[in-house]
Design a protein around this ligand. Sequence first.
Ligand SMILES: Cc1ncc(COP(=O)(O)O)c(C=O)c1O
Length: 307
Amino acid sequence: MTRIIYVNGRYLPYAEAAVHAEDRGFQLADAVYEVCEVKGGRLVDETRHMGRLARSLAELSIPQPMSSGAWSRVLRETVRRNRVRDGLVYLQVSRGAGPRSFLFPPAGTEPTVVCLARSAPPAQQEAAAEAGIGVKTMPDPRWDRCDIKTVMLLPAALAKEAARAEGAKEAWFVDHHGFVTEGASSNAWIVDGEGRLITRAADTAILRGITRTTLVDLLERVVRSWAVPARAAATAAEWRRLREFPGAAADAAAVYLARLFALELISPQFCAPGVVEHAIEELGLDAAKLEAVRSDASVASLFGQLQ
Ligand SMILES: Cc1ncc(COP(=O)(O)O)c(C=O)c1O
């Protein structure tokens, strides 16, 4: 349960935490956010999340509200005050408050900052990962800057509701050319009939998920620096290829997002859970290594751990 929420420099009881009625995040979705996993009391992939936040802010010309040191303190203090050991920490930054206008507010307007933390017992997620989930595909109705992590999430919310109505847990968006872009709140991967791990290249049609990036780094390092068997090399070398879905032969699919490293999808097209995991293992990456590297944002040391 969330007890305390950080709002603009103050830690407030849940019921008292509020932002201005004319906040631009509220009126115009003029805001960005990040969600970082908390595991065993530690923040996972913090550096990458904060790097992506900085990029989102810069793309929208929203001033960075505080230094990285201050961010680190706010995140940790919010986690601490909410006694979160396993769960998430959420932060949001809007362009600030002012009389409603499409045009940006005057320079010097303070961004609005909110940070909250919540426990989420891993058991439930682990059970879902074990069993697999259903996915519903649908046309991608979003704008062409999905690489910016904005709070403009109505298309994702509608998509997830539509998926739920059909007993699925996630929606996969498909672009005008029939290619999967990503999940409503996750990146999409498939393993094709030849065991290749495939995901969409990180263009502006998808969010560059932190979990996706970590896996990509691992795969690239495996290929570049390890004496890998030819098949594994071919597997990883092709991972960037876009893949049509549904229709193309896919043996398995998975979604990747922070808090839930791999959640495999099952549908009539896909075989039982475990195929994606198996393909990753074939590259010499087992679950324990993946977990170990996730808690370390430094790619260099990440590679060291793997060797
Ligand atoms: C649209 C979208 N794609 C991908 C992701 C996965 O990103 P990450 O791995 O950084 O959690 C998310 C997570 O919220 C998302 O909303």
